[in-house]
Design a protein around this ligand. Structure first.
Ligand SMILES: C[S@@+](CC[C@H](N)C(=O)[O-])C[C@H]1O[C@@H](n2cnc3c(N)ncnc32)[C@H](O)[C@@H]1O
Length: 247
């Protein structure tokens, strides 16, 4: 099984591929889309769920999404058609870090995809290149909620605590106008959903040649989460505006 197949099955019941519940997603979108007729770009859009939800509730919104996963973009196309927003969604099969567009956007979203840019600040720099004057960025990234074990750092990379993360963003010329720290319930619900869906698929398809591998992956990823990073990893989502006077 490749990573895309695993990801598709793991996210069956949690189409937002980040530890956020539906209410948190809606509040973040409301803070990023105060008018309702904005142009929105999602860098690392996955299956397009942020854009589709934003458009479904705002008939005048136009959206574009960028992702390297053909499989995820196919899902995004299908979901957009099912929810009647396909005519307002443009999808690009590209590397988000080098994506270029002649258009400027009122909201640039990038949630759970900072690895594609080499970290949080490079993601903000990329988002800024696409931003219309007065626009906002909605970014989501992990942080260390408690001192991580060396094993956790090896698995998820170097990082900072919440206060330092927000300080770095502010020092880079951004002002948070809304923020959300994923709750323990959201963090746990996401992991249980992903590895539970994968295990459930494997158990329900015993004759499939991928069944044993899927079950082994679900079990090892659940164990890694519980043993290595559950107690130290957090996730923060921020809606940001440029700070006046910052170049
Ligand atoms: C954790 S998922 C988040 C998806 C979506 N933002 C969400 O919250 O539902 C990360 C996404 O980043 C995409 N990605 C990884 N590297 C990328 C790159 N260089 N350019 C564009 N997308 C990339 C992956 O294919 C995946 O869809």
């Amino acid at each position: 099984m490749n990573r895309e197949q695993i990801s598709r099955i793991a996210h069956t019941d949690h189409p937002i591929k980040s530890p956020l519940d539906d209410t948190s997603v809606e509040r973040l979108l409301e803070a990023g889309l105060p008018r309702g007729d904005e142009r929105v770009l999602d860098l690392g859009c996955g299956s397009g769920e942020w854009l589709i939800r934003a458009m479904a509730a705002r008939p005048d919104l136009l959206a574009e999404g960028v992702d390297v996963s053909e499989d995820a973009l196919r899902q995004a196309s299908r979901a957009a058609a099912d929810r009647g927003v396909a005519d307002r969604l443009l999808l690009h099969h590209r590397d988000a870090a080098s994506f270029a567009s002649a258009d400027r956007f009122d909201l640039v979203i990038s949630v759970g995809a900072t690895h594609a840019f080499g970290g949080l600040l490079p993601t903000l720099a990329a988002a800024r290149r696409h931003l219309a004057p007065g626009g906002r960025v909605l970014i989501g990234d992990g942080f260390w909620d408690r001192t991580p074990s060396p094993e956790a750092v090896e698995m998820l990379g170097e990082g900072t605590d919440l206060a330092s993360t927000v300080d770095r963003v502010a020092a880079d010329g951004w002002t948070p106008v809304h923020g959300h720290v994923s709750t323990r319930h959201e963090l746990d619900a996401y992991e249980w959903s992903c590895w539970g869906s994968l295990a459930s698929w494997a158990l329900g398809h015993p004759a499939d040649p991928d069944s044993a591998e899927a079950l082994a992956t679900a079990n090892s990823r659940r164990t890694e989460w519980l043993q290595v990073y559950r107690d130290s990893w957090g996730f923060v989502s921020l809606v940001l505006a440029r700070t006046p006077g910052k170049a």
